[in-house]
Design a protein around this ligand. Structure first.
Ligand code: PLP
Length: 414
């Protein structure tokens, strides 16, 4: 049975994180056959140190209190849940609720995780932060928190991505970060990932590598999940107020690397009566080469230090992904999602560029909310699902970010 409210477990504070025993990776960081740690010899000790530090601080009340304080006063948490009544009425079926991660400082869920990792960096005595970014969203969140904590910040970004995401490059620079163009390969995210790893190997003594999604070698997938699961913890406390004490029938989230999705899914995993659906970018269609649907169309391989589903050719080369939303343009996916897919606990589907764009416009016009194009993928599937359900059923959608950054893309889309 789904708990009506978790008040029982968390007496005063809605966003103290609960460590679940369910779905912890095993000691070498595997979620089933996925995950693990495939990194160079030089990194194995630093990764172990990071793992120990994470385990120590994840349980420390002092650490959790500071994390919580930052989420409240710097980020603006808890984020509200919004009942999209007009939209639900138009679709003529289930009630649609939005978890408003778009209202976070910097406009998306990514800041939750960067704060957690930056607080760890400070406690571990690291004096320099590196990150890699594709669309620039994670770079902006990292640059933001580095400004806040006075940490030098170096962000690796493919030069092609820098050209496509100029406003985010400028944001990072204004916040004081150094953006390093990566000229190798296709000059995009996968090349930036390699450069960041190379930097880390060279400077591991004083450097903390902040990874932006539930990928990377152990302990990153578990650590990022931990910091992002505040989304689901809050939702579990908030939904009963709308549903006479109940929980939603469905929870939907878009999946790039999978951090906002794991964040909202995680606390619901033990309760199978809540159906969980992850929505990947189907781009121009899953039967074309132009998509970013690693879980539906990829095969098992190693990327970014872990074993997961990746989009690769017959020679094991990563292939270029496509999505209208730059933030879903990741050629892999967090290993825990691969495991959840294999277990059948989460269903993974796609939304195309066109469907995401229609959902984007529909939310703008019916509710006065401009969603990120990434989040519009989750919304697009909600719009398909809602009419097939009864009016007394409910769908909770993770609105992972706001869409101001996407206006140029939307306006130029033919
Ligand atoms: C980066 C980003 C995503 C995709 O990343 P996940 O790790 O899959 O959550 C989704 N939505 C927004 C708004 C983003 O910025």
């Amino acid at each position: 049975m789904v708990p009506q409210s978790l008040n029982h477990h968390v007496p005063q504070c809605p966003i103290i994180l609960i460590m679940h025993t369910y779905q912890q990776p095993n000691t070498d960081g595997h979620f089933g056959q996925f995950g693990g740690s495939f990194a160079s010899e030089t990194l194995s000790l630093p990764l172990r140190e990071l793992h120990l530090a994470f385990q120590k601080y994840a349980k420390s009340t002092e650490f959790l209190a500071e994390f919580h304080d930052e989420l409240v006063h710097f980020v603006g948490r808890p984020t509200p849940i919004y009942h999209a009544k007009r939209l639900s009425h138009e679709m003529g079926g289930a009630q649609i609720y939005l978890k408003r991660e778009d209202l976070n400082h910097t406009g998306a869920h990514k800041i939750n995780n960067t704060i957690g990792q930056a607080l760890l960096a400070l406690r571990m005595g690291k004096t320099r932060v590196i990150a890699e970014t594709g669309a620039g969203q994670h770079g902006v969140a990292t640059a933001t928190i580095c400004a806040r904590y006075n940490l030098p910040c170096i962000v690796y970004m493919g030069s092609e991505d820098m050209r496509r995401q100029q406003p985010n490059v400028q944001r990072m620079q204004i916040l004081g970060a150094e953006v390093v163009p990566v000229e190798s390969g296709s000059k995009t995210l996968k090349d930036a990932l390699n450069e960041a790893m190379r930097d880390w190997v060279k400077n591991v003594d004083n450097t903390f590598y902040i990874i932006g999604t539930v990928a990377g070698p152990q302990p990153y997938p578990e650590m990022v999940r931990h910091f992002q699961s505040v989304i689901g913890q809050e939702s579990m406390l908030q939904m009963p107020k709308f549903l006479s004490g109940g929980q939603p029938d469905y929870v939907l989230a878009c999946v790039g690397g999978g951090s906002n999705a794991i964040g909202i899914f995680y606390p619901y995993i033990p309760y199978p009566e809540v159906r969980l659906i992850g929505v990947e970018a189907a781009g121009k269609g899953l039967d074309t080469p132009y998509h970013a649907a690693s879980l539906q169309k990829g095969s098992v391989g190693i990327l970014h230090g872990n074993r997961t589903y990746i989009l690769q050719n017959d020679d094991g080369q990563i292939i270029d992904t496509h999505s209208i939303s730059a933030g879903l343009d990741y050629p892999g996916v967090g290993p825990e999602h691969a495991h959840l897919k294999e277990l059948g606990r989460v269903q993974y589907l796609g939304a195309t560029d066109d469907e995401a764009l229609q959902a984007f416009h529909r939310l703008c016009r019916t509710e006065g909310i401009i969603p990120a194009l990434e989040s519009s993928h989750a919304l697009a599937y909600a719009l398909k699902l809602a009419p097939t359900l009864r009016r007394d059923q409910s769908i909770l959608v993770c609105l992972s970010g706001r869409g101001d950054k996407d206006l140029a893309t939307v306006l130029s889309y033919q």
